[in-house]
Design a protein. Structure first.
Length: 254
């Protein structure tokens, strides 16, 4: 990455194009660069949070700054709150939009579970791969606290026409999700998620396909018996389902 590109990323003028660039963004510099776009007190809070989170890894840093954004928004009067949230949610920087995804999860914490899920879909549909990942990571802790209700909700919404939403619904409760805490109950009893997974064993869109396979690969680390039995009960019958099976069983002895 050139020095010029790094500077533009830090100033929020360009989206990142890969994980290396996501990791390279100086989030304190980025927060400071918002001083002409957001209320001064909000920028101060974001900068302070970025300072406090400087030694943390990427996921905890994005979550911390997103929480600071959410806490400021919930105290702001409605017109200011909405304007600031929209500015962050539509910002050219995917990092700023990622903060907004965590802020949304914080603001939704008192909403009914389905309302919180629907609010997060805005970020699940984002054009940037990173924002879409932060969208589910931000809501995962709450959904994992209410597994039965969450799995039922996700099963309904996983039939959405948008493959990005389908991926969100399949990714959010992976037993061993990336950059987030594992879900012990689903590592032990992955069969609880069969109503969510089985309808998508022949998912046609690769982007959502990968989440089905990754979910099952996660489960295979603790319950290989269940994964093998699942494919015995639902044998692959098309190219899509065969690809899912191959990826889902990649950690098992061949």
């Amino acid at each position: 990455m050139s020095d010029e590109r790094k500077a533009l990323l830090d100033l929020g003028q360009l989206p990142t194009c890969n994980l290396a660039e996501c990791l390279a963004v100086n989030q304190r510099t980025l927060a400071n660069a918002l001083d002409s776009q957001l209320p001064a007190t909000l920028v101060e809070q974001l900068v302070a949070s970025a300072d406090d989170a400087q030694a943390l890894g990427l996921s905890k840093k994005v979550a911390a700054i997103g929480l600071a954004l959410g806490q400021w928004l919930e105290q702001a009067p409605e017109p200011v709150r909405q304007q600031a949230f929209e500015q962050c949610s539509t910002h050219p920087s995917d990092t700023v939009r990622s903060w907004a995804a965590f802020a949304q999860a914080h603001l939704s914490r008192e909403l009914a579970l389905e309302a919180a899920l629907l609010a997060q879909f805005r970020f699940a549909r984002d054009e940037h791969f990173g924002v879409r990942e932060w969208a589910w990571i931000a809501l995962r802790p709450r959904l994992s606290q209410h597994l039965s209700a969450a799995l039922a909700l996700l099963s309904r919404h996983a039939c959405n026409d948008d493959p990005r939403v389908r991926r969100f619904c399949l990714e959010v409760l992976r037993p061993r999700g990336v950059w987030c805490e594992h879900i012990a109950a689903l590592k032990a009893e992955p069969e609880a998620a069969e109503p969510l997974l089985v309808p998508h064993l022949a998912e046609t869109e690769k982007y959502a396909q990968d989440s089905v396979a990754n979910w099952l690969n996660d489960a295979s680390k603790t319950r290989p018996d269940w994964v093998l039995q699942l494919f015995q009960r639902h044998p692959p019958a098309c190219k899509a389902s065969r690809r899912i099976q191959t990826r889902a069983t990649r950690s098992l002895p061949q």
